[in-house]
Design a protein around this ligand. Sequence first.
Ligand SMILES: [Ca+2]
Length: 305
Amino acid sequence: MVRALYCCMAGADVSLLPPGVGSSSSSLWDLMGNAMVMTQYVRLTPDMQSKQGAVWNRVPCYLRDWEMQVHFKIHGQGKKNLNGDGFAIWYTKDRMQPGPVFGSKDNFVGLGVFVDTYPNEEKQQERVFPYISAMVSNGSLTYDHNRDGRPTELGGCTAMVRNLNHDTFLVIRYVKRRLTIMIDIDGKHEWRDCIDMAGVHLPRGYFFGTSSVTGDLSDNHDIISLKLYQLTVERSPAEEKRDKEVFLPVVDNMKLPGVEAPLEPMSGLALFLIVFFSLVALVFAIVIGVIVYNKWQQQSRKRFY
Ligand SMILES: [Ca+2]
């Protein structure tokens, strides 16, 4: 597998610029809401109530296999669970659309990865927050904020990422229809598995972005850098066939409410057989009908004489 830096965003000198570009007029990134460019990072939200901010790439991504490395920092005054709400990383069809899912629109089309710092659902004894989860939607799914997205999540892991003195990273890797999310949050420069799922179909040409929201509770949600890598992998002919272009995000063998597996288009032979046997049955029914009608007429004539 060959990895090449494709596009990035970083605070400091190259704020919001892809590598090799030195003019702010050609920025490939847009800010939204309360997001601010600082010297070393982009602050999606400050540690204040009811803020929301986002940063989105302007260029649709046509990479087939890719990796997005997110260097982030979440910190604030809130103690224990009195902080929120976290941030999301997006690969979606729409961009720059504010809404209720970590500051971005609901019923999105694409992938959302959530770093959720506040447990909204009360009965969360078995789940320790902050919690990272992922969701793939074709637009029909709603993120259940009151249940921290549990009904629609693909998987997840606990990640103690607040108020740390060392760097914290998250990586989303998409290779051969396999979605892998790993974290490096312990200051040991080691990737730890969080989510690993095969059979994830994501169309090309969507946008990368990240968004965050605060409510009654708040945190600073800082993005230090976003680095998109192009991955080059070899595929067997069978994998080429399997990984053909898709037009709606879908996950294999995933039974989610509102997600119907797309019906296979009927083959020509099946259609021919259905029409053929329907015609045979119709002719058979007409012949039987005529015979019964003739018998009935003969019998009624007999009754007259
Ligand atoms: Ca939550």
